[in-house]
Design a protein around this ligand. Structure first.
Ligand code: GTP
Ligand code: MG
Length: 319
């Protein structure tokens, strides 16, 4: 099968299961140009069916090992799965994800699994926007579950995780301190905790601390109480129980109407992202003109205050 370059045919081909077309489609989404807009418009009517899960936690916690286990189990249930590994810190995602590639190799021959890594690739910002739109594309391509793995807890990662319906935070005993979890804001974004490397001592201590912290969250009979699960991804222990809790969370979202709410928040953010991206682009081009450079010079010489300069620019950038 060849890869059509026409946007409409490309989208059709990706939706029909052509993986090379899907890969090309995602690359074109990453280019962030007019073509990206055309593609998203074509994809949008087909979105809204996939379950989107986020997986985060400190580096080396075992996220990818766990993802690999989850993918195998989901395939066993006959579900199709896409995995997006996001690595904001790396200028190109190839290196950091290499180990994962090797690990995931057994899935590459499986047409029901698609794996993609996204890195910054020198782009200024915009990674969370590209990631969101990649998830839209995978949803439109018909995957039952889209799994997004991010490492660390920077602003970009937190932004990215907001696109997920269910967020699994993976922790390990020696990252120990559940206070760290609170500080990093992980408690707020977590829907399920997985205490991985449960083969290590102190695992039960971390579980107890997390359970105690979860209990401190204000809650009533309708609240979701974050379950704390023990896993040993390396030996595939606890995966089924973890999947059970994820499924229970998805049910909770459906029944409580929170899933529909999350979908609305996602789309509102997508709209805001589009407008901000457009504004940033037009500002970049205005600042690149002679007039823009003049204005900057006047700002540096203190002939004009930043707010005054912004006023001048906001008139021009909107044009
Ligand atoms: N002892 C033990 N080791 C594990 C377990 N799960 C994963 N590991 C090991 O932990 C190391 C890191 O695992 P990864 O799955 O790459 O961790 P990650 O969180 O994806 O790492 P980054 O993506 O680099 O942040 C690997 O050597 C795994 O084999 C476990 O349950 N017990
Ligand atoms: Mg990983």
């Amino acid at each position: 099968m060849g890869i059509p370059s026409d946007p409409k045919l490309l989208v059709e081909s990706a939706r029909a299961g052509n993986r090379a077309a899907l890969a090309r489609l995602i690359s074109r989404i990453e280019h962030r140009n007019q073509d990206t807009r055309t593609l998203i418009s074509l994809l949008y009517p087909h979105t809204g069916k996939a379950q989107v899960w986020g997986i985060t936690g400190p580096p080396g916690a075992g996220k990818s090992t766990l993802v690999d286990r989850l993918v195998s189990r989901l395939r066993g249930e006959g579900k199709t799965v896409a995995v997006v590994a996001v690595d904001p810190s790396s200028p190109f995602s190839g290196g950091a994800i290499l180990g994962d590639r090797i690990r995931m190799q057994k899935h590459t021959a499986d047409p029901g699994v698609y794996i993609r890594s996204l890195g910054t690739r020198g782009r200024h910002g915009g990674l969370s926007h590209s990631t969101k739109e990649t998830v839209l594309a995978l949803d439109a391509a018909g995957f039952d579950v889209v799994l997004v793995e991010t490492a660390g807890v920077g602003q970009t990662e937190l932004d990215i995780l907001r696109l997920a319906q269910t967020v699994i935070v993976v922790l390990v005993p020696e990252s120990g301190d559940s206070i760290q979890v609170m500080k990093a804001g992980l408690m707020e974004i977590s829907d399920v905790f997985a205490v991985n490397k449960a083969d290590r001592p102190e695992a039960d201590k971390l579980v107890r601390e997390l359970v105690a912290n979860v209990g401190l969250n204000p809650h009533d009979e309708n609240s979701w109480i974050i379950p704390v699960m023990k896993t040993e991804a390396a030996r595939d222990v606890g995966t089924v129980e973890l999947l059970g809790e994820i499924a229970r969370h998805q049910e909770y979202l459906e029944k409580s109407g929170k899933k529909a709410e999350k979908a609305k928040v996602f789309l509102k953010e997508e709209l805001v992202d589009i407008l901000i991206e457009g504004l940033r682009n037009s500002l970049d081009s205005v600042l690149g003109t002679d007039g823009g450079r003049d204005l900057l010079e006047r700002l540096y010489r203190k002939e004009i205050a930043p707010y005054e300069a912004a006023k001048v620019l906001s008139g021009q950038a909107g044009e």
